[in-house]
Design a protein around this ligand. Structure first.
Ligand SMILES: CC(=O)SCCNC(=O)CCNC(=O)[C@H](O)C(C)(C)COP(=O)(O)OP(=O)(O)OC[C@H]1O[C@@H](n2cnc3c(N)ncnc32)[C@H](O)[C@@H]1OP(=O)(O)O
Length: 471
């Protein structure tokens, strides 16, 4: 039997690279060898990318000095060419028998990933076990996509058992479910290897082939207010609204959908141009900001800023989640990341307040004070330090307590009406210039697109100059 009669190992780098990249687009960047890494130049929808892939048939894809060198060289090539770099991972991490030599190699690989951070998009696809260095490497990149067979951990179940006595299988320790819900390590989780390649292609195009937002093709007409509940305090899922705002020709790619789900972040297009969307999701925790959601949004803002992707910020937030757990968990330190991320962002960034925006969360969600390019509000949106009801409870506590039981509800109603009038709501926000315009919900798409295009035309810089540190 000749070699071609043997079925090819579906895990072989040549097979995996061919499945990710456009047909007949693969050009090796080096001669075949035993390093356990293949690096190639290829294309995605006609656009140039660099890709490398570990080979699980050689020491379980573990990395020695020469394999790491191939990855470093691939990343440096991508930076030189100004194109994205995609890593396909199935690897036991640093080669154990190589000792400090392999450790030095993976350290060099981490340094190359950090040098490239914020300069070219880096995408990691986890197709099998990825331990130690093979987990930390992807964690340094911008987007981590896990197929169902993917596993990521610093050390596997055997070491965990011998050191801590905990008994856990590979999937529970570091499978797709764990990293999509508990740790937030995975940005996208899919059921199959084919879907992982499809996701990687989609994300690569959104990050690297951004195009300009063209206002004339971002049509309005649909009353987006109908996607919110009638009652002001009702919970709802913001994602249908996000999907209506972005172009329907390109699916919205949500990142980390199941981790910190009280905020939605993801990539789509508006008027043909790539945009990053950040939206409070009142379906979870009433849409409050907390430590995790602030961190999730901060890293997303910084990634978009580094790659010149304009931002749309959809605000419906009752405030920061109060509580001992939050305070002791560092909400002050972690929430501050979002203030910093927005305040330093050079990309056009437009805010839309749909229903309410209160307190510290009002500021953090790309307020005018942090440098928003434009701030819009839908009619009847509420913008204040806190809700009128809560404010009255604090300002008039003694008066309400002293009122007769029969009269308290009516007194509260009057005080709330008076507070609303004095505090001024959205009209005062417009008068102060912290909201530019109250817009018709049906005109949301063209208004956002025009604001982004105008901001881009007048911007002194189109992207931030910083790396994308994993916050
Ligand atoms: C900085 C750092 O990276 S330190 C971390 C070093 N890496 C680790 O601690 C992980 C060690 N490896 C493992 O725990 C497991 O191999 C896993 C979880 C990665 C994969 O488990 P499995 O899918 O069951 O594969 P299995 O354990 O059979 O490994 C496949 C082959 O790769 C080899 N291999 C796996 N990891 C390594 C490694 N780091 N160095 C050298 N060889 C390795 C195995 O010895 C095995 O070889 P064989 O087929 O000749 O027996």
């Amino acid at each position: 039997m000749t070699q071609e009669h043997f079925p090819l190992d579906q895990r072989a780098p040549a097979v995996r690279l061919a499945r990710l990249l456009d047909a007949d687009s693969v050009t090796p960047l080096h001669d075949a060898d035993a390093s356990g890494v293949s690096a190639v130049m290829g294309r995605i929808a006609g656009h140039q990318v660099v890709t490398f892939c570990t080979d699980p048939a050689i020491m379980g894809g573990a990395l020695g000095a020469s394999g790491c060198e191939k990855i470093v060289s691939a990343i440096d090539t991508a930076v030189r060419e100004g194109c994205p770099v995609i890593g396909l991972w199935h690897s036991g991490g640093a080669r154990l028998a190589d000792g400090v030599e392999s450790m030095d190699g993976v350290g060099r690989m981490f340094a190359a990933m950090t040098r490239a951070s914020g300069r070219v998009p880096q995408i990691s696809v986890i197709l099998g076990p990825a331990a130690g260095a093979a987990a930390y490497g992807p964690a340094l990149t911008d987007v981590v996509i896990m197929a169902k067979a993917g596993r990521m951990f610093v050390t596997g179940p055997d070491v965990v058992r011998s050191v801590t006595g905990e008994r856990i299988d590979m999937e529970s320790l570091g499978g797709a479910e764990t990293h999509s819900r508990k740790s937030g390590v995975a940005h996208i989780v899919v059921d199959s290897e084919s879907e992982a390649y499809e996701s990687a292609r989609r994300v690569t195009l959104l990050l690297a082939h951004r195009a300009r937002v063209e206002p004339r093709v971002a049509l309005g007409g649909t009353d987006l207010r109908s996607l919110l509940p009638e009652r002001a305090r009702r919970a709802y899922d913001v994602r249908p609204l996000v999907r209506e705002i972005v172009d329907d020709g390109t699916p919205f790619v949500e990142l980390q959908p199941r981790w910190a789900p009280n905020i939605v972040v993801g990539l789509g297009r508006l008027g043909g141009g790539s945009v990053g969307v950040i939206a409070n999701n009142p379906l979870r925790m009433g849409g409050c900001l907390d430590s995790l959601s602030a961190e999730k949004a901060s890293r997303f803002v910084r990634m978009c800023n580094a790659f010149g992707i304009p931002l749309i910020v959809i605000v419906d937030v009752p405030g920061y989640l109060p509580g001992v757990t939050q305070e002791w968990g560092g909400v002050v330190r972690r929430g501050a990341k979002l203030l910093h991320a927005f305040a330093e962002a050079a990309v056009p960034r437009v805010t839309l307040v749909t229903r309410q925006s209160y307190g510290g969360a009002y500021i953090a969600m790309n307020s005018r004070s942090l440098g928003a390019s434009a701030v819009f509000a839908w009619p009847e949106a509420k913008i204040a330090v806190m809700s009128a009801d809560a404010a009255v409870g604090i300002l008039h506590r003694k008066r309400l307590a002293a009122a007769h039981d029969d009269e308290r509800a009516e007194l509260r109603r009057q005080l709330v009406a008076e507070h609303t009038r004095v505090a001024g709501g959205v009209a005062r926000a417009v008068a102060l210039g912290v909201v530019d315009e109250v817009i018709d919900p049906a005109q949301t798409r063209p208004k956002l697109a025009m604001a982004l295009a105008t901001a881009l035309a007048t911007a002194s810089a189109t992207r931030g100059r910083h790396g994308n540190i994993p916050l």
